[in-house]
Ligand binder design. Structure first.
Ligand code: CTP
Length: 424
């Protein structure tokens, strides 16, 4: 039998997990497939969209049906697939109108070179291109996931088409790089389904920090005792990575300075890996002049061994354990908060406080001590390594609780708070 506290914890994690997995709840996506070997990835993308809470209507070109069957896509989307503009299932016989009016977005994945050329010219000789042309451009965004051989991708005609499609209002996702089905290696692969999903979720987030530059520190630091041993802490980096992802979703240009963690870099975020507090400081300082917002989520070591041994310290069985002298590390947040950029009001600094007790009092005192306008308190031992958390926002005017939720949900709320406090 699970204890009550444990049951509560499991339920809490489950709810956070479900919340995090339904970022596209209520969205209706028309998923268009044009011809290309990357059609196999569209099956996984369709599944991912449904898992994220979206309803999906698949539309395929004749060429796409050579690569994957409508049966597969119907089974995954739980809806009959459309392929022809003469589809008699629609009472008015106008699937191109009906399907495009229902959509929150049309996503073409894979989008072949030929299909891009077709879109560019406004041609409409099959259902998918006809539907794209007939879509209400103001309310139904068109998102394209290119997929092709590297020479086709690099060709000036394709690059011209990409630029023109963007100018016409389409969102053209990046391409992946690596081994291609043809055996060549280079740019032009369609992004993986998980990458496209992350980009799509980001697309629908409000662009509260568009054009702003956000600098984030995350994770623990590692302070060497000798070449094989060191001192670190239990921070997983998950909260900081979520903050970086949420900032990027909000349209910011994000640099993430990360201590040693095993986490994937959020899409579109520039990551700088460091180990020690000193390395983190040296990675942060050059970024300060360009940044608009600094969010210090890292659990930076307060002390480091003053003189790490050059070689492994040996235990000879006779002598006492080694005495290790410690020096205080530089406080990165306080240093940045004291910089000209922050003091002039151009850079907005946000600190985190990982406490084990008396959160309110400790967070208030820490905000003043660090000299930052906003400090985010949390109970460290209750959240380290977990996917959920609860935050307490402390500023000069008072406090605001962000109740227990998934870290990405909390990160989005925090980014909205930062955006509101830094509105030009
Ligand atoms: N911080 C920092 N550099 C340090 C120590 C802390 O940038 N050398 C930042 C953290 O990233 C966080 C904030 O300061 O945003 C508070 O960190 P925390 O460890 O909670 O506080 P400390 O200043 O270390 O105080 P204490 O350990 O006494 O609670």
């Amino acid at each position: 039998m699970l204890g009550a506290a444990r049951r509560c914890g499991v339920l809490r994690s489950l709810l956070c997990y479900i919340a995090a997995m339904t970022d596209l709840a209520g969205k209706h996506i028309v998923l268009g497939l044009s011809g290309g070997i990357a059609c196999y990835k569209a099956a996984e993308l369709c599944r991912g969209l449904v898992k994220q809470g979206a309803t999906v209507q698949v539309v395929m070109t004749e060429a796409a049906e050579h690569f994957i069957t409508p049966v597969t896509m119907q089974a995954l989307s739980n809806r009959p697939v459309y392929g022809s503009q003469w589809d008699a299932r629609e009472p008015n016989n106008m699937p191109h109108i009906n399907l495009s009016r229902e959509a929150d977005a049309i996503v073409i994945a894979p989008c072949s070179a030929d299909f891009m050329a077709k879109l560019l010219h406004g041609r409409a000789d099959d259902l998918l291109s006809l539907m794209c042309l007939a879509r209400p451009v103001e309310s139904v965004p068109l998102l394209l996931a290119p997929a092709m051989n590297r020479e086709m991708w690099a060709h000036p005609a394709t690059q011209r088409n990409v630029a023109q499609l963007r100018a016409d209002g389409a969102t053209v996702f990046a391409v992946g790089s690596g081994d291609q089905a043809c055996g060549e290696i280079g740019d032009g692969r369609m992004l993986e389904a998980a990458e496209l999903l992350e980009d799509l979720v980001a697309f629908f987030q409000p662009k509260l920090l568009a054009g702003r530059r956000v600098l984030v520190t995350a994770g623990p630091t590692y302070e060497a005792i000798d070449p094989v041993r060191g001192i670190t802490n239990r921070s997983s980096g998950k909260m900081g990575f979520a903050v970086a992802r949420a900032a990027r979703e909000a349209g910011a240009e994000v640099t993430l300075v990360a201590g040693p963690v095993h986490l994937a870099t959020p899409r579109g975020v520039t990551r700088v890996d460091v180990a020690s507090a000193e390395q983190m400081l040296q990675a942060v300082l050059p970024q300060v002049a360009q940044a608009d917002v600094f969010v210090a989520t890292a659990a930076v070591a307060d002390w480091r061994p003053t003189a790490p041994a050059e070689h492994k310290i040996k235990k000879d069985g006779a002598s006492a354990p080694p005495a290790i002298a410690f020096s205080e590390t530089t406080d990165i947040l306080a240093t940045v908060a004291a910089s000209e950029a922050a003091q002039s009001g151009r850079l907005y600094c946000v600190g985190f406080a990982a406490e084990s007790q008396d959160l309110l009092h400790n967070a208030q005192a820490k905000r003043v001590r660090k000299g930052v306008p906003l400090l985010v308190g949390n109970i460290g031992p209750a959240t380290f390594g977990r996917d959920d958390n609860a935050l307490l926002l402390v500023d000069a005017h008072g406090t605001q609780a962000l109740p227990q939720a998934g870290k990405l949900t909390l990160a989005r709320q925090l980014i909205a708070e930062i955006a509101a406090r830094t509105k030009a």
